[in-house]
Design a protein around this ligand. Structure first.
Ligand code: F6P
Length: 324
């Protein structure tokens, strides 16, 4: 297929996030309303390397706003870390007359987008979509709110059985090396302890909290642990050995990545897409879009791809007071 008119390409890359489809739909429809053709590359970066793409029209993206996953499918593509692959992608985009590329994904995808932007004449725009919420420059990413809600619904059920059996549950949530998901989930479920990589409590500190809770009459408890904190299974065994509590481990897992996006994830996806198409229309150059203090805004792609998003550690203090 040869593309002739002004064309926007879309790629979803890395781990999927609920709301990616809402973003694909919105880029396609808003792109068309501004006179662009839109194509979708399939299976992440691999689709660009293999010239595997399809035309997206306002009709072909109908009925997907409520769907989790990504209709373009996604793929972790380690080959894209090689400069020769990035150059091939740039060449393929140019040969297919793609004028701008919208990259919907997380931090790895943003780094790939940055590499591509350095060697291609194509305008590259990043839309942050990851359940980890760890993209620098945006207060929130597409999919984060859905993942928080999924984990909270799951842990609320675990709380019931924890209380009945008078047990401690360690519940591990995703987030890769960061604790954004664990922190927000922990507050929402009333966790007795929240374990995150950014400020890890050690075993004696955790035991101290559990023992003091027992003295206060708390016979059950929830410890929310980010997957990046460490070995949750060993932690469960250690706590059981060193306290009178019976301890169980429950891993929420990949359900956090799927499911119908919440209204908030859909809204962010739609508004981020509008901003992304607008910055392509205005030919603002390589950029990323995101939410800053409640305002959807566009900012430098390189700063976003290279920056480390700070986590508000004050929230740990709030969680501590809430679990009195
Ligand atoms: O980045 C999203 C994420 O779900 C992380 O929370 C998790 O660590 C990782 O992806 C899992 O990756 P994979 O899908 O390759 O197993």
């Amino acid at each position: 297929m040869k593309i002739v008119a002004k064309t926007i390409g879309i790629v979803t890359s890395g781990g999927d996030a609920p709301g990616m489809n809402a973003a694909i739909r919105a880029v396609t429809r808003i792109g068309h309303s501004k006179g662009f053709n839109v194509v979708g590359f399939e299976r992440g970066w691999d689709g660009i390397l293999a010239n595997n793409f399809k035309k997206l029209t306002p009709r072909s993206v109908g009925g997907i706003v409520q769907l989790g996953g990504t209709i373009l499918r996604t793929f972790r593509c380690p080959a894209f870390e090689k400069p020769e692959c990035v150059k091939l992608a740039a060449k393929n985009l140019q040969q297919n007359n793609v004028d701008a590329l919208v990259v919907i994904g997380g931090d790895g995808s943003f780094r790939g987008a940055l590499d591509l932007s350095k060697v291609s004449g194509v305008q590259v725009v990043g839309i942050p979509a990851t359940i980890d919420n760890d993209i620098y420059g945006t207060d929130e990413t597409i999919g984060f709110d859905t993942a928080v809600n999924t984990a909270v619904a799951s842990i609320d059920k675990i709380r019931d059985t924890a209380i009945s059996h008078e047990r401690i549950f360690i519940v591990e949530v995703m987030g890769r090396k960061r604790g954004f998901l664990a922190l927000e989930v922990g507050i929402c479920v009333g966790a007795e302890v929240i374990l995150i990589p950014e400020k890890p409590l050690d075993l004696p500190e955790i035991i101290k909290v559990m023992n003091s809770n027992a003295e206060k009459g708390k016979r059950a408890g929830i410890i929310v642990a980010a997957e990046g904190y460490g070995d949750s299974s060993k932690l469960a065994q250690d706590i059981q050995k060193q306290t009178d509590f019976e301890v169980r481990l429950s891993i929420v897992g990949y359900s956090q990545r799927g499911g119908s996006p919440t209204a908030r994830s859909r809204l962010l996806a739609s508004l981020f897409a509008e901003k992304a198409v607008d910055s392509i229309y205005e030919q603002k150059g390589n950029s990323a879009v995101g939410l800053q203090n409640g305002i959807v805004t566009s900012f430098d792609l390189e700063t976003s791809a290279r920056g480390k998003k700070p986590l508000d550690l004050r929230l740990l203090k709030v969680a501590e007071m809430l679990s009195l």
